[in-house]
Design a binder for this molecule. Structure first.
Ligand code: NAP
Length: 248
């Protein structure tokens, strides 16, 4: 069967690394992005130059209409879907909770949680054996923040990742009868541009001294865990969260 992976937020960081690794393992890859058109096309170019198959599709995954369009375009491009990676996510400036306005907290939950629910709903309609599909795999991006809570930095973000953990457990069980496995990867401090959004671009270097392996992780190391969950090598794993945290 043709392997097709849709990755939300794949124009850079963990999503882009996952797209490249997936293509090298035989997946046709849909590279979703919100605004960074040049980076998304760069990922697609890289994949095609290495003999893989990919397309870039712009869609804001917080908007239901955009999400429908994203899945329709994926089907148009590749004829099916076998794996969804709910990767798109944001964090905002480090601060205590009483300083956060509610608009920010809505943005965090819209981008990190409600987007995951919207995309999962569309993926189920395509992959579930209940609706004539052949089954598949969904991988959510959690965070070590869901366990540590991110005090003084972004407890809103940490809470949104706690919701991802819970969704993963529930959906893994709910969709087991639909032929769909649902798992999550929980990265620790990984070198990507997301930390600049928190106001501390070099955050990974600062916190890496507290990591047992004494360094930050790379997007490629997270991508390897995602690809394991996307493969048949993990066929007896569902409702699970894999830690990629350097021992933290
Ligand atoms: P990143 O480098 O900031 O990249 C974020 C990606 O998400 C970009 O491609 C961005 O697209 C896309 N995106 C954001 N909002 C979107 C939306 N509404 N619709 C569509 N795409 C959207 O982030 P990252 O560090 O790779 O993180 C990826 C995931 O891993 C996130 O869920 C994050 O919470 C999680 N994570 C990261 C770390 C870490 O240390 N890096 C640790 C734990 C968990 P544009 O470029 O087009 O805006």
């Amino acid at each position: 069967m043709k392997k097709v992976m849709l990755i939300t937020g794949a124009s850079r960081g963990i999503g882009a690394a996952t797209a490249k690794l997936a293509a090298s393992r035989g997946f046709s890859v849909c590279v979703n992005y919100k605004s960074n058109v040049e980076s998304a096309h760069e990922v697609v170019r890289f994949i095609q130059e290495h003999g893989g198959s990919a397309c870039a599709i712009q869609a804001d995954v917080t908007i239901a209409q955009d999400v429908k369009f994203l899945f329709q375009e994926t089907i148009k491009a590749f004829g099916g879907l076998t794996c969804l990676v709910n990767n798109a996510g944001i964090l905002e400036t480090q601060m205590r909770i009483e300083q956060m306005d509610m608009e920010r907290i809505h943005r965090i939950f819209n981008n990190n949680v409600f987007s995951t629910i919207l995309c999962t709903q569309e993926a189920i309609k395509l992959m579930s054996t209940r609706y004539g599909g052949s089954g598949g795999s969904i991988i959510n991006l959690s965070s070590i923040a869901s366990r540590l809570g991110s005090p003084g930095e972004y407890v809103d973000y940490a809470a949104s990742k706690g919701a991802i953990d819970t969704l993963t457990i529930g959906l893994g069980k709910e969709l087991s009868v639909d032929g769909i496995r649902v798992n999550a990867v929980r990265p620790g401090a990984i070198y990507t541009e997301i930390h600049a959004s928190g106001g501390e671009p070099n955050r990974v270097d600062r916190v890496s001294t507290f990591v047992p392996l004494k360094r930050g992780g790379t997007a490629q190391e997270v991508a390897k865990a995602i690809l394991w969950l996307a493969s048949d090598e993990s066929s007896y794993t569902t409702s699970s969260v894999i830690e990629v945290t350097g021992g933290n």
